[in-house]
Each structure stands twice: as structure tokens, then as C-alpha cells.
Design a protein around this ligand. Structure first.
Ligand SMILES: [Fe+2]
Ligand SMILES: [Fe+2]
Length: 313
């Protein structure tokens, strides 16, 4: 029986059809998806903090409205993704507990501080840009609810990237001090952006199985290369440089060569020792605790509605 089910699962994946919540799936597939989607959801929610930090200090009403809309989108992305984990039998409350207890991770990028308003532009351009590179292939991932959530998320991410690039273009047309601010932000965010694709392929323990299950569609190094190639003409148009002396076009490969990020720093940040890890998690924990009354009130309201429907109230 299980052999039949396993064969059907393999066939569905191999034929590029989608696995749906009620379909049989191997336990490892379910566990891998819950881990990956939860990590992705946590990243969206924690990712609101570095930018939320600047909403009250935006330089104009227009910039404030754009930033506010973007940060709200990220909350929405977190919600779609937590909902996708629930179709796999996960409990959203438990996932949040795991995040604030440090048992589940989120993207390393959100552990770096945002020092100037130029960081809002560079995050949109480079960080949301890297997210798009990572996420566009996930629109074809083998698990249906995740793939469908990613289609909507990717549409919103492209607005995030454009608003960032447009902000930087505006600053680059401004004063020398504004141009310097943009270059400084690019210098600080370039290497952490490259780290967003995860460790080099030979150190990425989950890649092979995830590729076989078609959860993941490209390796970390493939996506990193694509991102570098995509970012170079954008940097030239903007008039900024990346802080990598090894970065240059290689006509034989048809790609840019580039240096390696500091992987030691990456593992430190992933291990909880980045510049802002403890602040990010403490902030999330406080928001969760402060929101307890809302969850209790919503549960009480739902129970009351249920009772009145059953004619008991
Ligand atoms: Fe997002
Ligand atoms: Fe985004």
C-alpha cells in the first residue's frame, strides 16, 4: 500500500504536477517543507524590523507611504506562508514559539542594522532583489500551496525592488553627500546579500534531497551567480560599485567572476551571533507577548459565535 502511494508521489513530482495537502507524502518531505516554509515565514516577519525602524523618520510623506506599504506586504507574506505550513499540519503558534526560543531560524540578512535612509533603497534593490532570485523558481516548487503563495509574493517583491531602486536613483541625482550615503549602504549590504543564497553547494546539506523532491529548483551557487550577473548592469546604471576587487566579466564563462563572502561571518550570524540577532528576537518576543490579549479575545469571540450558531448561547 505504502509502495503504491510512494510510487504515485514520485510520479506526481516527476511529471511536474503539484502535491496537494490531502495527498500522501513521505514524512521527510513534509518535515523539510514545514522547516523551509516556516523559516521563510519567520524571515518575512523579522524582516519587517530593520525597515519598520525608519517609518517614523522617512524624509517625506511619499516615502513614508511607500515604506509603510512595503512593510505591510511583508506581514502579509508571513501570513500566507504560515497558512501554507498549516496545510501540512503545523501549528502557527508553535512555530512562533520555536522562533522566539531560537529553535527555528530566519534569513541571516535581517541581523544587520539599518544605519541611514539609503539602507531602505539598498534593501529594496539588493535584499528584495536576492529574495526574488531565490523565490521565482519556488513558484514551480512541487508543493501546491507553497507554489501558489509564492506567485503572489513574487509580484509584491518586484514592487519592493523597484521602489528601492527608484529611491536610490533619486538620491544619486541629489547631493554628493547623498551619493556617498548610497555607496556606503551598498558597501555594507553587498556581502550579506550574497550570503542570502546560503552556503556554497558543497556545504549545503539539504540541497540534494530538496532538488530531488523538486522543492528546490536551483542550487545556491547557481542562484548566486544569476544574482551577481543581474546586479552588475543595475549598479553601473545607478553609478555605484560593489566592494569586491575580484568582480569582473569572464567572457569564456559568459558570467561574472566574483569573490567569496566571509563564510565565517555567515556561520556566526546563522548561529545567533550577528550584530542584531538578540535585538530582533527580543523584539519579536515582546510583540508576541503584548499581543496575547488579542489572540485570547479572538478565540473567545470565535467560541461565542460557535455557541450562538449551535443555539446554546
Ligand atoms: Fe516578502
Ligand atoms: Fe519584500
Amino acid at each position: 500500500m505504502v509502495d503504491d502511494l510512494a510510487a504515485r508521489f514520485e510520479h506526481t513530482v516527476a511529471s511536474e504536477a503539484r502535491i496537494e495537502p490531502r495527498d500522501w507524502m513521505p514524512d521527510g518531505y513534509r518535515r523539510t517543507l514545514i522547516r523551509q516554509i516556516a523559516q521563510h515565514a519567520h524571515s518575512e516577519i523579522i524582516g519587517m524590523q530593520p525597515e519598520g525602524n525608519w517609518i517614523s523618520r522617512a524624509p517625506s510623506l511619499r516615502r513614508k507611504a511607500i515604506l509603510l506599504a512595503k512593510v505591510q506586504d511583508e506581514a502579509g507574506h508571513g501570513l500566507y506562508l504560515y497558512a501554507a505550513t498549516e496545510t501540512l499540519g503545523a501549528d502557527r503558534g508553535e512555530l512562533t514559539e520555536k522562533l522566539i526560543d531560537g529553535k527555528q531560524k530566519y534569513s541571516s540578512i535581517f541581523n544587520y542594522p539599518t544605519l541611514t535612509f539609503a539602507d531602505m533603497g539598498v534593501i529594496g534593490w539588493l535584499v528584495d532583489g536576492a529574495a526574488i532570485c531565490n523565490q521565482v523558481p519556488l513558484c514551480r516548487t512541487s508543493y501546491g500551496p507553497y507554489a501558489r503563495a509564492m506567485i503572489r509574493i513574487c509580484k509584491e517583491e518586484s514592487f519592493h525592488q523597484r521602489q528601492g531602486y527608484e529611491l536610490l536613483m533619486t538620491m544619486m541625482r541629489g547631493t554628493q553627500a547623498q551619493r556617498d550615503m548610497v555607496q556606503d549602504a551598498v558597501d555594507r549590504w553587498w556581502w550579506p546579500s550574497l550570503m542570502m543564497f546560503g552556503p556554497p553547494d558543497e556545504e549545503s546539506s539539504n540541497t540534494e534531497q530538496s532538488m530531488a523532491w523538486r522543492i528546490k529548483r536551483n542550487t545556491n551557487d547557481e542562484l548566486r551567480q544569476k544574482y551577481v550577473d543581474m546586479s552588475m548592469p543595475q549598479a553601473a546604471k545607478l553609478g555605484v560599485t560593489f566592494p569586491d576587487p575580484e568582480l569582473k566579466w569572464n567572457p569564456e564563462r559568459g558570467h561574472h567572476d566574483f569573490g567569496q563572502p566571509d563564510w565565517e561571518e555567515f556561520w556566526q550570524v546563522v548561529g545567533g551571533h550577528g550584530p542584531c540577532n538578540s535585538q530582533r528576537v527580543a523584539h519579536r518576543r515582546k510583540a508576541h507577548e503584548d499581543g496575547a490579549w488579542v489572540r485570547e479575545a479572538a478565540a473567545a469571540h470565535a467560541a461565542k459565535a460557535r455557541r450562538s450558531q449551535e443555539g446554546v448561547a
